[in-house]
Design a binder for this molecule. Structure first.
Ligand code: FCB
Length: 495
């Protein structure tokens, strides 16, 4: 009997050549040189705070202060990465990463902040970089991720104008040691966050609540220090690609009508009264050599003496912009054409972190608006969510919400690339669960679960998902889904 058409037996009998031509697989959404990364920072993972001559940082002191950090946690041991970095690099390799963003702890390299160099501290980063390169992973070094040497804080820290020189001295030491191998650098991580939380709300080290005048001085000095670091890196790590990492909360247009898009763009770069969160305050001096006019209208009277004279040198050409993207706000054009904030519907989803609304298209609008403003290529230097993860009865760690969020976020990033935004890489926050600042260990952001009692690492489901995405250059993201990437509530209540 002849096998009938349409049956499996029929297909087998007709053989390959007679089958209907298979539909062409869609092209992978990300190019072969895309940087697939994960990010961490020194104080959050290293531990070993008193080893091999490390000096103390403002975070060591802050965490000693009772009541500052949830459950009295500190980074004293953290993920013990200082001793387990080989195991952690092996995990990165298993994951298929080709890029990794870490930070150098300033007090490990210069225990007093300036002066005597601690070779043993530098040796650690030397070994880490070699291990990464041996594994085929591009090391991306952040020079300042919030752990200021305490002795410098005692001399006024970020309030002292000399900090630009202190930072340049430290950057030169690191650049001379690692610059022959590290090709990607960031000066400061999220100056807005460590300064607003460190000097306004007091929730982060050094835990101060200072008047706006001081916050403006600290911000100004941070951007001067950034600029000095760029010049130092150009001299001492020639050929490296240098960036600056901003915390942004993209403004997502409520609809895609041009008027809403313009309203969102204006809202995103606007400086309002209140905490100094507005990202343009932190980017315009560095990118354009000017403070935003609307911000100056609010703060001109409290600016540091002679600020105008610093502007020209604060603007040093950089090679990319690093964007840390977690959440977004919603905007539309109001009746008067002005940006109007749109409330999220009741019950709109958040991650395990109170401040984070689940808005995957933040990964589209943030890179797009910032690229359009700066003309620079973009790296997403952080993105992720904290979820409530534990080891299940089957011994595995299931984190379906992280898998879903990562899937949606990367679809949105692919959309940005399709629309011409030069996004060169994505560094998931974080490789490992780690010390989440004032929240201690209660928020877990990792692709890898850390059992802090044993230091056992357990890759979560999201680790396996990300591995598939990386191996397929994003192909695994494609396919039919029940909802568009950015819709996380019922269509009826979609903003
Ligand atoms: C960012 C920080 C990073 C981490 C994530 C969750 O603001 O840069 O260290 O804490 O948030």
């Amino acid at each position: 009997m002849r096998p009938r058409k349409g049956t499996a037996a029929g297909a087998r009998a007709r053989g390959r050549s007679e089958r209907r031509p298979a539909r062409k697989a869609p092209a992978a959404p990300f190019p072969p040189d895309f940087l697939w990364g994960a990010a961490t920072s020194a104080y959050q993972i290293e531990g070993a705070i008193a080893e091999d001559g490390r000096g103390s940082s403002v975070w060591d002191c802050f965490t000693e202060d009772a009541g500052r950090v949830s459950d009295g946690d500190s980074g004293a041991i953290a993920c013990d990465h200082y001793h387990r970095y080989r195991e952690d690099v092996a995990l990165m390799r298993r994951l298929g990463l080709n890029a990794y963003r870490f930070s150098v702890a300033w007090p490990r390299v210069l225990p007093e902040g300036i002066g005597a160099v601690n070779q043993k501290g530098l040796d650690f980063y030397d070994r880490l970089v070699d291990e990464l390169l041996r594994t085929g992973i591009d090391p991306f070094c952040t020079l300042y991720h919030w752990d200021l040497p305490q002795p410098l804080h005692d001399r006024g820290g970020w309030l002292n104008r000399d900090i630009a020189g202190w930072f340049a001295e430290y950057v030169a030491v690191v650049a001379r040691r690692l610059g022959d191998r590290v090709r990607r650098w960031a000066t400061l991580n999220e100056p807005s966050v460590y300064i607003v939380h460190g000097f306004d709300t007091g929730e982060h080290a050094p835990g101060e609540r200072r008047p706006k005048r001081d916050q403006l001085l600290v911000a100004h000095n941070a951007m001067r220090a950034h600029a000095g670091a760029v010049q130092t890196l150009r001299a001492d790590a020639p050929g490296g690609r240098i960036g600056y990492v901003l915390a942004i909360e993209p403004a997502r247009p409520a609809g895609e009508a041009p008027a809403d898009v313009e309203a969102a763009r204006r809202a995103m770069f606007r400086v309002g009264a209140g905490h100094l969160w507005a990202s343009s305050w932190w980017s315009d001096p560095v990118l354009e050599g000017r403070y935003p006019e609307d911000g100056l209208a609010l703060y001109r009277g409290e600016m540091p003496a002679g600020w105008e004279k610093d502007l020209a040198s604060m603007r040093q050409p950089i090679d990319f912009l690093g964007l840390n993207v977690y959440s977004a706000s919603l905007w539309r054009a109001g009746a008067d054409g002005q940006p109007e904030r749109v409330d999220f519907p009741t019950g709109y989803p958040r991650s395990g972190v109170g401040w984070q609304r689940i808005v995957p298209s933040a990964l589209y609008w943030g890179p797009r608006f910032y690229h359009e403003r700066s003309g620079l290529p973009v790296l997403v230097t952080e993105n992720g969510i904290a979820t409530s993860d534990w080891i299940s009865l089957d011994g595995r760690v299931h984190d379906p919400n992280r898998v879903d969020y990562l899937h949606r976020a990367l679809l949105e990033l692919a959309r940005a690339r399709r629309d011409g935004v030069p996004v060169e890489g994505y560094y998931h926050w974080s490789l490992l669960d780690n010390f989440e600042w004032a929240e201690g260990y209660k928020q877990r952001f990792g692709l890898v679960y850390v059992d802090y009692l044993t230091q056992r690492r357990i890759p979560k489901d999201s680790f396996r998902f990300y591995r598939k995405v990386i191996a397929s250059r994003g192909g695994a993201l494609l396919g039919r889904t029940a909802l568009p990437a950015d819709r996380v509530v019922d269509a009826g209540s979609q903003p």
